[in-house]
Design a protein around this ligand. Sequence first.
Ligand SMILES: [Zn+2]
Length: 395
Amino acid sequence: MLRSVTSAHDEAVASPKENEPSPSGPGREASSDRAPSRPQRAALVALTLVVVSGLAFVVFRGAGLVPTWGQSPSDEAAAVANTPTPEAAAQLKVSDLPAFPTPAADADITRKLELHTTLPDRPRAKVIKYTVKQGDTLFDIADKYGLQPESILWGNYDLLKGSPDSLRTDQELNILPVDGTYYQWQEGDSIRGVAGFFRVAPEDILDYPGNNLAGYASVDEVTIDPGTWLIVPGGKREVVTWQAPRITRANPGTARYVGPGACSGGFDGPVGEPSFIWPTTLKTISGNGYSSVHPAIDIAGAVGNAVYASASGVVVYSGWNDWGYGYMIVLDHGNGWQTLYGHLSGINVGCGQGVAQGRVIGAVGSTGNSTGPHLHFEMQSDLYGKVNPLNFVSP
Ligand SMILES: [Zn+2]
């Protein structure tokens, strides 16, 4: 079933929050029509004074008439005064790069949505298992259990190596009861050490019911058998996802370690247009959206659907990627932008070839680490780094 992102989002926003008091509770309606009472007037006067003096402070401070001091909440005012002027910003050389457009209207983008959220009635404190089905993505699974995608990665660190592209059908995943990390106790570990590594307080681990450590009065008394798994609520790891490097027409050979599709030499060729086009036939986001662990969008497709050059450019990678993207093409657009097309079933262009915008360069597939046919599409800019393609292309 296809649904628009906008309507799904609106539903979520519109759903009532049971615990919030009604904004128009008893007693409020009655007072709103009357003139303010004396205490209310006094409060209004006081509020006005506070606002006026606050504004005066900001103005004088901006003009250097009020001394500044360290780390106070009113440093926000100083930050306002220090904001670069438009002249300073204009020194950035953005003239020969496409402008950063406003995000594409959500209404135009559809996303496959499964409304199978399995939120338990009572909070669970134990890890449960989930077997990956064909077509699953990290993001689907996280949604299903009300977790962040990172918590699925970090609950299965040995299996997934921190990468959503490691997900395979029939893998058995740990589903943590809360967002955080999962850690197997080693000989010589301490709660303080583990907590420090995952950037939480030691008590967060000690007090978590699922860890069964309630018998200890303090973290320093804890003894745990090596091999025991601990839930680290709120724990974080570095995001260590493999990410495709920047591959340019000047020196595409730097991508040799990526796989046998690397190109050698340096190339000349077409330069990209100021705007990009949608790179395949279907217009639906099928799985992983853009995030820090997945700097790309996955677009729905069937094996063999056309893949188009999103802008004119030169082929700087064409072939197998050893890191999970299967058959992959990278185009360098010569204007500071590169685009990447992964999991292809076929490739129609070779190293150094110039391609025009809209030309068929390959076919959608499911090669590499993929649970079903889709196009993995990345955009990278010298100025912005990896960007969410939905900010630059519309379906
Ligand atoms: Zn992807």
